[in-house]
Design a protein around this ligand. Structure first.
Ligand code: MG
Length: 228
């Protein structure tokens, strides 16, 4: 945990970091995106799916490509596609308690829309663990991994990235974060696959428990035997 020592701004990605989005909800959102694109651009389902994937890969968020190339109303798109049932998402209050114990500030930083982020955090029962949510609209529709997205977060939340930790499931987002001075944690990985990944967290809960144990050890006074 040495890369995390002394850091007190904890920044979390949302999808596939704070909950498993390889999930019915994500499929539903994806289907709604494809249908929206088909309607807005006037193409069939397969062409819409191809555009959706291409813009996600090219820009980090499908909506960015739709605004740029088709003049789609970002707010209407984000509202429409995230209007899905969250009934299949399991609440995770244990995770909320762990995050709430991290000393300092806790922030969600997502390429997803603001309304969806708040809905899913509420459904997970972890919303109160966070001081703020910085969503795609807050970044001016500039998604991670663009440096500008991180710079806007840093400016809005007013912190020094040398004091911050970024938790993410997407490798490419951690490269920018590390470059800016964040300590980085790749969630869902067994080991760090690149030099700019400082820690791997196969399971976020276990990793946070270890961080908190480590902090209490560091913060605890020396034991009587050590004092001699
Ligand atoms: Mg993610």
């Amino acid at each position: 945990m040495s890369a995390l020592a002394g850091r007190d701004v904890w920044v979390f990605d949302l999808d596939n970091t704070l909950y498993p989005a390889d999930h019915e909800v994500f499929d539903d959102i994806g289907e709604r995106m494809t249908a929206f694109i088909a309607r807005a651009v006037g193409v069939d389902h397969d062409a819409a799916l191809a555009l959706r994937e291409r813009y996600f890969n090219d820009y980090g968020a499908t909506v960015v490509g739709l605004v740029k190339h088709h003049g789609v109303d970002a707010a209407a798109f984000l509202h429409d596609v995230h209007d899905v049932s969250l009934d299949t998402v399991d609440p995770d209050p244990d995770l909320g308690r762990l995050i709430a114990h991290l000393p300092g500030r806790r922030i969600v930083f997502t390429n997803g829309g603001r309304a969806y982020a708040h809905r899913i955090l509420a459904r997970l029962q972890i919303e109160t663990a966070f001081d703020s949510v910085f969503a795609l609209e807050d970044a001016g529709l500039t998604p991670k991994p663009e440096r500008l997205a991180f710079e806007r977060l840093i400016a809005a939340a007013a912190f020094d990235p040398a004091r911050a930790v970024m938790f993410e499931d997407h490798l490419r987002n951690l490269e920018t974060a590390a470059d800016l001075g964040f300590a980085t944690v790749l969630v869902g990985a067994a080991s760090p696959p690149a030099p700019y990944v400082h820690h791997a967290a196969p399971r976020l809960h276990a990793f946070l428990r270890a961080v908190l144990d480590n902090q209490s050890l560091t913060a605890a006074p020396a034991s009587p035997s050590e004092r001699g």
